[in-house]
Design a protein around this ligand. Structure first.
Ligand code: G3P
Length: 215
């Protein structure tokens, strides 16, 4: 399973890149606002660190506005993926961008039907938001499972990005279900790495080594 980092924090991206486990980045206007920096500058910096898909989201809400923004963002780097909200105008924009060869990530997906529409319009990726569904007492994992099944049934090429991922179990379950990608915050990468038996095992190995290292 591919892992993307879900952040606009360049330092976190550098650290995750050093671990060698991520091959893309997703951002959204909230993540950009959290950094308090110029949007295009941040995206340019990310593109210098990661040689893989980098999602940058449009903020226009008409097809025309979205396409205009998308064209500008796509000029920044060949790896830029245009994140488009799943509304009717968004679908129109995805269709136009797809015909221009500009890759898209349909975001704010909360139902299988929204994922089907995005794939039919030509989206490169769909991003079902697991955590936000869990937050309102729905089952986010069930959505991932349903989209995986439907995309297999119909041989859709659109890739599924498990998004709004809140804990390591979300990642493991998404992988078992067949989501192509999970986009995760940096702290989750560290949580995925952690196991108490690994720490205990290492502690014991090092203690035992001390007993014989000078023999
Ligand atoms: O990739 C979408 C993600 O950024 C949303 O996450 O935690 O704000 O629901 P969250």
């Amino acid at each position: 399973m591919k892992l993307f980092l879900d952040t606009a924090n360049v330092e976190e991206i550098r650290q995750a890149a050093e671990l060698g486990v991520i091959c893309g980045v997703t951002t959204n206007p909230t993540l950009i606002a959290r950094e308090g920096r110029n949007f295009q500058e941040v995206i340019k910096e990310i593109a210098q660190i990661i040689d893989g898909p980098i999602s940058a989201e449009v903020v226009g809400i008409t097809k025309e506005e979205m396409v205009l923004e998308a064209k500008e963002l796509a000029k920044i780097h060949k790896n830029i993926i245009i994140k488009i909200p799943l509304i009717p105008e968004g679908l129109k924009a995805i269709k136009v961008l797809s015909s221009l060869g500009i890759k898209t990530n349909a975001t704010l997906i909360f139902s299988v039907n929204q994922a089907i529409l995005a794939a039919n319009a030509g989206a490169t990726y769909v991003s079902p938001f697991i955590g936000r569904l869990d937050d309102i007492s729905h089952d986010g994992m069930e959505l991932v499972s349903d989209i995986c099944q439907v995309f297999v049934n119909y041989n859709y090429e659109t890739e599924i990005i498990a998004a709004s991922v809140r804990h390591p179990i979300h990642v493991a379950q998404s992988a078992k279900l067949g989501a192509h990608i999970a986009t995760v915050p940096y702290k989750l990468i560290l949580q995925m790495c952690k196991h108490p038996l690994t720490d205990l095992g290492l502690e014991n190995f090092l203690k035992d080594w001390e007993k014989v290292k000078n023999k």
